[in-house]
Design a protein around this ligand. Structure first.
Ligand SMILES: [Zn+2]
Ligand SMILES: [Zn+2]
Length: 863
């Protein structure tokens, strides 16, 4: 216990937080595989190593850290791992930008190396921010998806699902980014509004409207609604495609909207998802007019080699020249774009690898999970039900987990590696045995790589100890914390994969956090210049203040606006707590027995309120309602402890006589419990105080199970607090200093109250508690004149009238006579010309009276 005179007056955030971060050891947060405690495994999100741990990440990790610290205090063996989801386009794009190359300019392995180096540097930067924010990460469970120990498991998961028939390859239309030159999944397509032009043209006698004339070469049919009278009898006819001349059938389909344009639409392979639907439904031809780079193919005839944009212009000019372009209109459209580079996506039919989406199974597994908040389940449900295509998992990129298969050059059979040979890079390694079917020894390795979600969707299998084959020993995890923006990707894919690979749902609970908006209420973005970095906030107010902002800003699942005022308020709360703490330590040092029984009324009342606060904070933490927990603790510390309790008990604490030990003991208990309640949210501050108080670490202590029931203390303490507050207000209203003597105060309460003299000390009064009601005598004490009535009514007689009234006996002041005598003359008393002043007396002493509910207080000044 450091003497309080050595406690600095100001809480030096930077110094204290740094000191504890240097003191705490990583080992303290390790998951213990040999422990018999119940386990609590968190499937922490592996962030993308951009090098920038942004404030949205911070919010997500605050929630995780609150839970991890709370659960440890509740006796759980907690695993709070940290992964890094490394693969993917953003890093490739960054490397391409940095070195001014494209992926094809250098050998594959060299390109991968450049990506790995960039990623390792970025991870290092992000780790530093995470440590500065005070997370209790289990660094012994760190994983990096680009390293062999991890991606061999991704490959194992691929092979297991391939063997089970849940992964297949097929030529199928997929979303394709021609800038990134790769297929992408539906979850990676963003939709943005765009103004485009709708072109009406003559299609062999039928009017067609299209926004994509460059796809004319890929036209495979014209479709009309079966009920459309305008096209009656045309079904089965063929039409010649303008400019290109190939003939296509007219088909009928109820999905055609007769209201749009002329009611006839051309079907191309592929303009959009509907084209894909019709193409499948009617078994139409496939004409690939656009290639993977977005360049027109030979199918486009004389337009071959043009970009699709150039082709569009050329075709429109040629239509104009041929006199078949009738008119053009502007059209608002939602266009699918690549999530990464915003290029409008094309739908190309390519040989790709797919994961089967078993919607029913996924939903069944999702229902086994507790969704927090509950309504987030609906998002997953809607997304799952809207899935029309299987999950395209192959990418035509480099920095990713290789698809571990070869094809025999002689017979074409697929050759798989043995599990013990993983990881493999089929573009560099070769199968260890000849082809089992034909004995061939020449193979071609699969060049496609896996969608990065194939890596991250087994994070839960990895952290629960998966060896790549059977169900992991610690599966399922207890909690998945993540943002609502990746429900349709990370949550969805993880549930899908857990069901396929481990047979059940991946976690018991999923806790969803919202997004962080800028202080202008908009999504943070460079263009709005509203980005706040965690480092900026921590540099000014410390990690604990930012953590309080994260806890208190909003209910879980809700988006939260960054607000400097909240951080400032959080920092003020710490200042206030530090002042309370110094005050308490000052008194604890004066030798009172810290284990003394708590005997006095307001001390017992404090413990009753503390017990309420523990119950409220515990219920809140159990439901991950961090805002509610923080609010309960803040209100207790600020209002109950500082404003109410300390103001009342202060006098007794400073006094030398008995009753000091009871207060000191209550305060010691209170500070101990408060430190524990605050430990998950403001770990540095709580540690600093707890260490001064006990010499130990609060993070090794249990969550407080403090209960204290004392109904009498609750009732009487409430009366005492209310009475003292009212009398302090009374002093203030009278213009008295708060420490000015108040005279005789008698508090008449419904029951006998023993406040051990606290009210008197707090009010500088001679205060006594009594039961019942005071015997008040009403006395008339002077008179108030109403000059607005007297002046006009009596004029020159006013002065004489007032003298005569003052001379009246008290009972006549209360019941005024009709007239009084002024200079021997009868003068009528004007109605409302005066009122008697009434005062109260108790046993002959004049008193002021305050009524507070069923309590009456008399204040006598004649001391
Ligand atoms: Zn792209
Ligand atoms: Zn073969």
């Amino acid at each position: 216990m450091s003497p309080s005179h050595q406690l600095p007056k100001n809480y030096d955030i930077e110094e204290v937080e740094r000191r504890w971060q240097d003191t705490w050891r990583d080992e303290e947060n390790y998951f213990d595989p040999d422990s018999t405690k119940p386990r609590f495994i968190i499937d922490t999100p592996p962030p993308y190593p951009t090098g920038n741990f942004h404030i949205g990440n911070a919010l997500n990790w605050f929630y995780i850290d609150f839970v991890a610290r709370y659960k440890r205090m509740r006796g759980f063996n907690v695993m709070f791992p940290q992964g890094w989801d490394c693969h993917g386009l953003p890093t490739e794009v960054k490397v391409e930008e940095t070195y001014g190359i494209t992926k094809n300019d250098v050998p594959r392995e060299r390109f991968r190396e450049m990506c790995r180096d960039l990623t390792l540097g970025n991870i290092e930067k992000m780790r530093a921010t995470m440590r500065r924010l005070g997370f209790s990460t289990d660094w012994s469970h760190e994983y990096v998806t680009m390293l062999p120990e991890y991606y061999k498991k991704t490959q194992a998961s691929f092979l297991q699902m391939l063997k089970a028939g849940d992964i297949y390859q097929s030529e199928h239309p997929v979303n394709f980014c021609t800038r990134c030159e790769t297929a992408i999944a539906f979850a990676e397509v963003n939709y943005a509004p765009r103004t485009t032009t709708l072109n009406y043209f003559d299609f062999d006698g039928v009017e067609i409207a299209t926004t994509r004339p460059e796809l004319l070469a890929a036209c495979v049919a014209v479709a009309v609604h079966p009920g459309d009278e305008r096209y009656r009898g045309m079904k089965g006819a063929t039409l010649a495609v303008p400019i290109f001349g190939h003939r296509v059938p007219v088909i009928e389909d109820v999905a055609v909207d007769p209201e749009f344009g002329s009611g006839a639409v051309m079907i191309c392979t592929f303009g959009d998802k509907t084209d894909v639907y019709w193409w499948k439904q009617h078994s139409l031809d496939l004409r690939k007019a656009i290639d993977r780079q977005g360049v027109m193919t030979a199918v486009a005839g004389r337009y071959a080699g043009m970009s699709s944009d150039a082709c569009r212009k050329a075709i429109l000019e040629d239509m104009e020249e041929a006199g078949i372009l009738k008119r053009r209109e502007e059209l608002e459209q939602r266009v699918g774009t690549c999530w990464r580079c915003k290029t409008p996506i094309e739908i190309l039919s390519e040989r790709q690898w797919f994961v089967r989406v078993h919607q029913k199974e996924i939903l069944e597994a999702a229902k086994e999970i507790t969704w927090l908040p509950e309504h987030m389940f609906t998002r997953l449900e809607n997304w799952t039900e809207s899935m029309e295509w299987d999950w395209c998992i192959s990418r035509q990129r480099i920095f990713a987990t290789p698809i571990p298969v070869w094809f025999c050059d002689a017979c074409g059979d697929m050759i798989l590696p043995a599990m013990e040979d993983l990881p493999v890079d089929p573009t560099a390694d070769m199968p260890k045995a000849p082809c089992p079917r034909c004995g061939g020894t020449r193979f071609t390795g699969e060049k496609d790589v896996l969608d990065t979600w194939m890596d991250s969707s087994i994070s839960v299998l990895h952290v629960t100890g998966w060896d790549g084959s059977s169900r992991p020993p610690l599966f399922p995890a207890q909690l998945r914390p993540q943002g609502h923006d990746i429900i349709r990707t990370w949550a969805f894919y993880t549930i899908l994969r857990s069901k396929a690979l481990a047979g059940s749902h991946p976690w018991e609970q999923i806790l969803i956090n919202g997004m962080v908006l800028g202080d202008d209420g908009f999504k943070m973005s460079k263009s709005r210049n509203n980005i706040i970095s965690p480092e900026e906030v921590v540099g000014k107010y410390g990690a604990d203040a930012l953590r309080q902002w994260g806890a208190g800003g909003a209910a879980i699942g809700s988006d939260i606006m960054f607000n400097w005022n909240d951080v400032v308020a959080a920092s003020r709360f710490q200042t206030k707590l530090w002042n309370i703490f110094r005050f308490v330590m000052g008194h604890l040092e004066r030798g009172a027995d810290p284990a003394a029984p708590v005997t006095e009324l307001i001390d017992r009342w404090l413990l009753v309120r503390l017990s309420d606060t523990v119950a409220e904070a515990t219920a809140a933490m159990e439901g991950y309602q961090f805002d509610r927990a923080l609010k309960a603790v803040r209100e207790f510390a600020w209002n109950t402890l500082a404003d109410d309790y300390i103001e009342i008990a202060k006098g007794r604490l400073y006094a030398e006589e008995g009753g000091r030990a009871s207060a000191a003991s209550a305060l010691r208990t209170t500070m101990d419990v408060l430190c524990r309640l605050l430990a998950p949210i403001i770990p540095h501050f709580a540690e600093e105080c707890y260490h001064i108080l006990t010499g130990g670490s609060v993070h090794k202590e249990a969550w407080p199970d403090f209960t204290y029931a004392d109904d009498e203390a609750r009732r009487h303490g409430d009366l005492l607090v209310k009475t003292v507050a009212e009398l302090r207000r009374y002093k203030h209203d009278k213009g008295m200093a708060l420490n000015a003597p108040l005279g005789h105060v008698t508090i008449y309460a419904p029951e006998p109250v023993d406040d051990t003299g606290d009210a008197g000390r707090a009010l500088a009064a001679d205060a006594h508690w009594r039961t019942g009601t005071p015997r008040l005598d009403e006395v008339t004490d002077g008179v108030d004149f109403n000059m607005a009535v007297i002046g006009p009514a009596l004029r020159k007689q006013a002065r004489g009238f007032m003298e005569a009234v003052r001379a009246l006996p008290p009972d006549l002041l209360k019941n005024p006579p009709v007239a009084v005598t002024v200079d021997g003359e009868e003068v009528f008393v004007p109605p409302g010309s005066f009122t008697p002043k009434i005062a109260y007396q108790v046993a002959g002493e004049e008193v002021d009276v305050l009524t507070l509910g069923d309590v009456v207080v008399t204040i006598g000044h004649s001391s």
